[in-house]
Design a protein around this ligand. Structure first.
Ligand code: BV8
Length: 238
C-alpha cells in the first residue's frame, strides 16, 4: 500500500468513492464488460441494456435481467463492500458512496445513503406511463409481467443507455465530487458517462483502485493496481 495514499485518506475530511462492477467481482458477479457467461455470451450488454432492445424483444431482455437477478441473489458482499460500510459507521458523514452498480451489494453490506446512479436491478417500474389500471401487484405473471387491463409492461428499474440518471442522486454525486478532499475510483473501466465524468471533476486527489488500466488513469493522482476486496480494507482501516 503506498503511504501517500493512506495519508491522503486519513487526513481527508471529505471522501468520495465511485464504484463500478469490479467492486462486486470478488463476490462472484461478472463485470459488465466481462464476456457474458453461458447463454448470454453472444450478446453485448450495451445493446441489451436499452429501451429499444426491451421494446423489440421484451422476453429476451427480461430473461437477461432475471438471469442476473438470480445470480446476484446468490452472492454476498465482499470485504471491500464491508470495509466501506464499516468506515462510514466509524466516521459518520465523512464518506459519500457513489455507485454505478445495480446489484445492491453496498446496501446489503450496510452502506446507508449510497447514491445508486444506475438504479436497482431488483426493482421494477412500468415501461409506459402507468394508468389507474396499472397495479404492479396485480400484474399478469409473464415474462415480462404486464397490466392485464392496458397491456403496459413492467421493466427493470435500472437506468438504460440513453436514459437520464436520477437527477437527485446525480446532483448529490456531483456535489460530493466537487467538495471531496480525495476520491477513490474503484472497479470501473471509466467508460460510462456521466458517472465516469465524476472522476474528472473531483476537487480532491483521485485514486484509482483497479487491477487493469482504465480510461480514467490519466485523471488519477495515484493508481493502485490491485483488487477492491484486498486494497479497500487496508486503505480504510484507522
Ligand atoms: C445518459 C444499468 C443522457 C443497466 C448501466 C457523455 C455524457 C453523457 C452521456 C454519454 C456521454 N458519452 C456517451 C454517453 C452515452 C452513454 C455512455 O456512457 N455510453 C458509453 C458506453 C460510451 N451514457 C448513457 O446513456 C447514460 N445516460 O447519458 O443519458 C440523457 C440526459 C437527459 C435525458 C435523456 C438522456 C446512462 C448510462 C447508464 C447505463 N446503465 N447500468 C444494467 O446494468 O443493465 S451502465 C453499466 O456499465 C453498469 O451500471 C456498470 O456499472 C457500468 C459501468 O461499467 P463498469 O462498472 O465500469 O464495469 P466494466 O465491466 O466496464 O469494468 C469493470 C472494471 O472492474 C474493469 O476496469 C476491471 O478491470 C475492474 N475489476 C475487475 N475485477 C476487479 C476490478 N476492480 C477492482 N477489483 C476487482 N476485483
Amino acid at each position: 500500500m503506498t503511504d501517500p495514499v493512506r495519508h491522503w485518506v486519513r487526513s481527508a475530511s471529505r471522501i468520495a468513492v465511485l464504484t463500478g462492477a469490479g467492486m462486486s467481482a470478488e463476490s462472484g458477479v461478472p463485470t459488465f464488460r466481462d464476456a457474458q457467461t453461458g447463454l448470454w455470451a453472444k450478446f453485448d450488454p450495451q445493446q441489451l441494456a436499452t429501451e429499444h432492445a426491451f421494446r423489440a424483444n421484451p422476453k429476451m431482455v427480461w430473461d437477461w435481467y432475471a438471469f442476473r437477478r438470480d445470480l446476484i441473489a446468490k452472492v454476498e458482499p465482499n470485504a471491500g463492500h464491508r470495509a466501506l460500510a464499516a468506515f462510514s459507521r466509524r466516521h459518520p458523514g465523512r464518506l459519500t458512496l457513489i455507485t454505478q452498480n445495480v446489484d445492491g451489494l453496498h446496501q446489503r453490506a450496510g452502506s446507508e445513503g449510497a447514491l445508486a446512479l444506475h438504479g436497482n436491478i431488483f426493482e421494477d417500474k412500468w415501461l409506459d406511463t402507468p394508468g389507474a389500471c396499472c397495479n404492479a401487484d396485480a400484474a399478469v405473471a409473464d415474462t415480462p409481467p404486464y397490466c392485464g387491463r392496458c397491456g403496459n409492461l413492467l421493466r427493470p428499474a435500472v437506468v438504460w443507455f440513453g436514459e437520464a440518471l436520477p437527477a437527485r442522486a446525480l446532483a448529490a454525486a456531483e456535489a460530493a465530487a466537487n467538495e471531496c478532499d480525495v476520491m477513490l475510483v474503484v472497479g470501473t473501466s471509466g467508460v460510462v458517462y456521466p458517472a465516469a465524468g465524476l472522476a474528472r471533476t473531483a476537487a480532491g486527489k483521485v485514486v484509482i483502485i483497479n487491477p487493469e488500466p482504465t480510461e480514467l488513469d490519466d485523471a488519477a493522482d495515484a493508481v493502485l493496481r490491485g483488487r477492491a476486496a484486498q486494497l479497500l480494507p487496508l486503505l480504510l482501516e484507522d
